[in-house]
Design a protein around this ligand. Structure first.
Ligand SMILES: Cc1cc2nc3c(=O)[nH]c(=O)nc-3n(C[C@H](O)[C@H](O)[C@H](O)COP(=O)(O)OP(=O)(O)OC[C@H]3O[C@@H](n4cnc5c(N)ncnc54)[C@H](O)[C@@H]3O)c2cc1C
Length: 545
């Protein structure tokens, strides 16, 4: 494969979601920035976020109350210092976004003061969800891209796929190897700091709210480069995605805010069931609702349940949820007149590349923020609307940190031929390797859904582990092929193995990890599950180590 000379920037960002763009915007004050993104710049999980971004801005709210709610959701694993940092920084940064031109929904109060319209979501004891109707992520993405494009020091390269990190012989990150999808060339970009903002792993599951870009590339790349990975067992399944309609590989989300406004979950026969599972019934936390729906569907043999908003004021529904209303109407469902058929779907990964409070990974000069990172904010469960906030705060702190970095001394790269963390001599893509990759991808998504999904058990996790190992052998057929689809599939396989490896080590149920063989919490496991190159994913589960 042809290769071009290395290009150099002060800062290199992989990903154009909220984490990557906010870092780029802020870091451009200290030097030149290149943002690499594998499709068009808007395509990201951020773009599809609906509910909003949590911040304690109401008069009856405070960072301390937000802190308590976040820690409670985290079930003993949320890092208190990170929770404090994020909840305290939230109101200021959300205000900065607004002042930058992100049009959050506002109203004017009786005293003539402009205020954010605040939504309420499960687990929050105050109204604190700042939103732009029900297309908050779209509006944030739009506003941030506009801000970033106006910075002369920032270059955005769309349709560039990051293949692997580049390390020097002192194990420092020097940049990344990138496939330019238009030219087919592999390029090396070097920078004094590299930021991974590559988002989540939803496409590792058969049903997901995440778009096709969510293939865990950053987590897989980081792990290959030796970064410690943590808490991958904590996968959040959103209880209510629209049943029966796929939008380019993702399920359409029916925001939790719809239940916040009073919509009720019902079985297909119209009966309610949530009161049998949780005192907060339809407003119970996401994990409880997802498990209850899973259990009802299995018990009844139904393939969906209903979310009923027909008793609510139709005007209010249309005004508050124009995106959901119109999208469902397009599928022939007027949600003010008919209950919405819904199923749970993989939504968010709480784990990822372990970072400290400055978003630094365990590899020098490599930063990570947003969904690909594990800062410790969420612990065992994520409070709704805390992820956009986490991405914003940690990306902001990373941008502060990189300002003081000296240029990297010239050092030989670890793999002089390719410069990558691992040797990456690629073969040209061919149709048969793509076909094998497609089979492997489909199978792994099914395996993860069946055995590492909402309710897990030991035998299922063992089966998943063994089946993924078999797929790994088949992946040898395409893992060196220079095709985005093949490389993404290899990355999906790697992150699926990380999820299962972490899940097999947690012999208890806590937060988003529910194992029916150990249905309760066990304080011997009240700690993060960490995996690193020195302690490979294949290591046997160790209950007490
Ligand atoms: C439907 C939906 C609704 C949600 N609603 C909310 C909500 O209301 N509130 C909330 O707080 N959270 C919500 N979330 C979660 C939240 O949107 C995400 O966690 C957050 O946007 C992640 O931001 P990010 O910057 O980390 O990653 P993303 O926004 O996913 O961006 C990742 C970027 O990395 C790029 N990329 C990935 N791999 C590569 C590669 N190899 N090379 C180059 N580029 C690459 C992608 O193309 C993309 O640009 C929602 C998620 C979904 C899917």
């Amino acid at each position: 494969m042809s290769q071009s000379e290395a290009s150099r920037f002060d800062y290199l960002v992989i990903g154009s979601g909220i984490a990557g763009l906010w870092f780029a915007y802020k870091a451009s004050r200290h030097g030149s920035v290149l943002v690499i993104t594998k499709k068009e710049d808007t395509e990201s999980n951020t773009n599809y976020a609906q509910g909003g971004i949590a911040a304690a801005v109401a008069e009856n709210d405070s960072a301390a109350i937000h802190r308590e709610d976040t820690a409670r959701a985290g079930q003993g694993l949320a890092d208190p210092e990170i929770v404090r940092l994020v909840t305290e920084a939230g109101p200021g940064l959300v205000r900065e976004l607004f002042d930058l031109g992100v049009k959050f929904t506002v109203y004017v109060d009786a005293q003539g003061q402009q205020r954010f319209d605040l939504g309420r979501e499960g687990g929050h004891h105050r109204r604190r969800i700042i939103h732009a109707q029900d297309f908050t992520g779209y509006e944030i993405e739009r506003g941030l891209l506009k801000a970033v494009h106006s910075q002369p020091g920032v270059t955005i390269s769309e349709e560039h796929f990051a293949l692997d990190l580049v390390l020097d012989q002192d194990e420092r990150c020097q940049g990344v190897r990138v496939l330019n999808k238009e030219t087919g060339r592999v390029e090396t970009v070097r920078a004094k700091a590299t930021m991974l903002g590559t988002g989540g792993i939803g496409q590792a599951y058969l049903h997901t709210t995440n778009p096709l870009i969510a293939t865990g590339d950053g987590i897989a790349m980081g792990e290959r480069a030796g970064v410690r990975v943590a808490n991958m067992e904590f996968i959040q399944f959103h209880p209510t995605s629209l049943y029966g309609h796929s939008l380019e590989g993702r399920a359409f989300l029916i925001s939790e805010a719809v239940r916040g406004e009073g919509a009720i979950l019902r079985a297909k026969d119209g009966s309610t069931f949530m009161e049998r599972y949780h005192p907060d019934a339809s407003l119970a936390p996401r994990d409880a609702v997802a498990r209850a729906i899973d259990s009802e569907m299995k018990k009844r043999g139904d393939n969906y349940v209903l979310l009923d908003a027909t008793h609510l004021d139709p005007e209010r529904i249309r005004e508050r949820f124009p995106n959901i209303y119109n999208r469902c109407l397009g599928f022939g469902i007027d949600i003010t007149k008919r209950p919405i058929p819904v199923v749970p779907a993989a939504h968010y990964v709480c784990g990822g590349l372990a970072i400290n409070s400055w978003a630094e990974t365990s590899v020098e000069r490599l930063f990570a923020a947003g969904e690909c990172a594990c800062s410790g904010l969420h612990g065992a469960n994520r409070l709704a609307s805390n992820s956009l906030l986490e991405a914003l705060v940690l990306a902001d702190r990373a941008a502060q940190r990189v300002g003081g970095l000296e240029p990297l001394p010239a050092r030989s790269l670890r793999d002089p031929e390719s410069g990558a963390a691992v040797s990456t001599a690629f073969d040209p893509p061919d149709e048969s390797s793509e076909a094998v990759a497609a089979e492997v991808r489909n199978e792994l998504r099914r395996i993860m859904w069946d055995y590492a999904g909402i309710v897990r058990n030991d035998s299922g996790l063992t089966k998943a582990w063994e089946s993924l190992a078999e797929l790994e052998e088949r992946a040898g057929r395409f893992s060196r092929h220079l095709s985005v689809f093949c490389q993404e599939t290899s990355n999906l396989l790697a992150v699926a193995q990380l999820v299962v490896a972490c899940a097999r080590r947690r012999l208890e149920s806590r937060g988003l990890h529910y194992n029916e063989d150990y249905p309760h919490k066990d304080d011997r496991f009240k700690k993060n599950t960490e995996i690193s190159r020195e302690e490979p994913a294949a290591a046997k589960p160790d209950p007490t180590g």
